[in-house]
Design a protein around this ligand. Structure first.
Ligand code: AMP
Length: 217
């Protein structure tokens, strides 16, 4: 693979989770989603979860030091030795600088950022229609890729859940956070020559086939 650490950039709904999942499967490396880790902490009502909950419900970013701490801890685990995918992290310049410095310190080279670009109208439809399997995490969309049976995962029969923050008001706020705080990272990685841009308006299978071929080349 082109880099040990892959970073998936892109607005909410761009398909970071879906693509990161396919790439993780292909290369046998873990997909580290800060959103999933935070949702788990909220569910378990840990101190971290209690701190993150209000920000997530408002569609705002959780403070850098909180997110950086959980990522540093996770990357230190044995399954990350071969490489890993950061899905939804970094989301601010401070987070990007933190992860770059951490990887340098550990001698793991520069990360490669994959930016998935999608039109804003499509993003809204993807987010409002998104459903996630409560068992395996498979992602469906009631408009673009519905399950065979409503509300049930095709793969394991798990119940499909709609995320609390996938409502229109919170989505708008998440897009504001993305435009203001995260989109500057595209030029940050571009200037380092560590950016690969992907057209996220295509079908998920077509995107992952192209992306995996690029990462192997
Ligand atoms: P996601 O599942 O990636 O869409 O993230 C859901 C929510 O978790 C975001 O709207 C933020 O509130 C929070 N979050 C996830 N990742 C980060 C991050 N890297 N920095 C700050 N907040 C985050």
């Amino acid at each position: 693979m082109k880099a040990q650490a892959l970073i998936f950039l892109g607005a909410p709904g761009a398909g970071k989770g879906t693509q990161a999942r396919e790439v993780a499967k292909e290369f046998g490396i873990p997909q580290i989603s800060t959103g999933d880790m935070l949702r788990e902490a909220v569910k378990k009502q840990t101190p971290l979860g209690l701190e993150a909950k209000k920000k997530m419900e408002a569609g705002e970013l959780v403070p850098d030091e909180v997110v950086c701490g959980i990522v540093e801890e996770r990357i230190g685990q044995p399954d990350c030795v071969k490489g890993f995918i950061l899905d939804g992290f970094p989301r601010t310049l401070a987070q990007a600088q933190f992860v770059d410095a951490m990887l340098q310190k550990k001698g793991r080279g520069n990360p490669l950022a994959v930016d998935i670009k999608v039109d804003e109208d499509t993003l809204l439809k993807r987010l409002t229609g998104r459903q996630t399997c409560s068992v395996c995490g498979e992602i469906y969309n009631i408009y673009f890729g519905p399950p065979k049976q409503e509300g049930v995962c095709d793969k394991d029969g798990g119940k499909l859940l709609h995320r609390a923050d996938d409502n229109e008001a919170t989505i708008r706020q998440r897009l504001v956070a993305y435009n203001n705080q995260t989109s500057p990272l595209i030029s940050y990685y571009g200037k380092k020559g560590m950016l690969h841009e992907v057209d996220g308006n295509k079908e998920p299978d077509e995107i992952s086939t192209g992306l995996i071929a690029y990462l192997k080349s």
